[in-house]
Design a protein around this ligand. Sequence first.
Ligand code: UDP
Ligand code: MG
Length: 310
Amino acid sequence: MALLSIIVPCYNEESTVEAFYARTSAVCGALDGVDVEYLFVDDGSTDRTLELFRTLAEDKPGVRWLSFSRNFGKEAAMYAGLEHARGDYVAVMDVDLQDPPELLPELLEIVQSGEYDCAAVRRVDRRGEPPIRSWFARQFYKLINRVSKTEIVDGARDFRLMKRQMVDAILRLGEYNRFSKGIFSWVGFRTKWVETVNVERSGGESKWSFFKLLIYALDGIIAFSTAPLAVASVLGLVFCAAAFVAIIFVIVRQLLWGGSAFGWPSLVCIILLLAGIQLFSIGILGQYLAKAYLEVKKRPIYILREEGGS
Ligand code: UDP
Ligand code: MG
């Protein structure tokens, strides 16, 4: 019988784990022709999350868990899950029930039909989210799709179900700076998008502050586009051209009317502007250098402290 692995990254989720298992196992119990294994990943939680995993694994068949030595982030947790999953099909889900388990049969059917390698979920609205956050999110998707060749779908969740072949392809991308939305799309394969409305968290709090999301967005752009590097070169060219025109203007004016020593305040403004642009460009360069530095070190994406279940 085919095996479906469900990977669930969790960070301080004591208030949601049980509800997640109850609702998901009710849905999965009705699935025909597949066995299901749950792979909970404890991303260095400091609350009772791991304890709940242990109890679940003791009481229920098909529950396994991994536990990290510290918090490595959701991307690392997903990677660890993909590495340890044994299934012919692999699904990734949030534990907070924002990814409705009721969609699993539909996703499985799409992939089993053989027409698609992956069924992924995107939300078509952002109900219940602060409007300013939605606005920034929309701008981010517009920007990244303009500067990157890899398509990043607006509203795409990490909730998806994939074939083994696609999982193996994702695992071959062993980069340290992981931006899964881009990686899923970069590896290709035929993906069917299933649309859903936004669901609010079942309990606990979101781990993503606005600032964390902003950094994540920048990481995404840097990981999947080198366009910002070109910005520096283009600005350089534009300003060289402007300077060239200005030099000719100053020479002609001096020859005809004299008085080229006027205008030092405007000079100060120009110097400030150019210095600003130079620092900005060096900053962009620094971002890429920093990412390259981290990649070159080849640090592990996560470190396991313990694992269990069967
Ligand atoms: N998560 C994680 N490590 C982290 C942050 C979050 O494994 O450092 C997990 C979290 O437990 C949840 C999922 O990632 O299962 C999505 O997190 P959250 O609901 O906080 O994000 P949001 O839905 O608000 O984008
Ligand atoms: Mg959530």
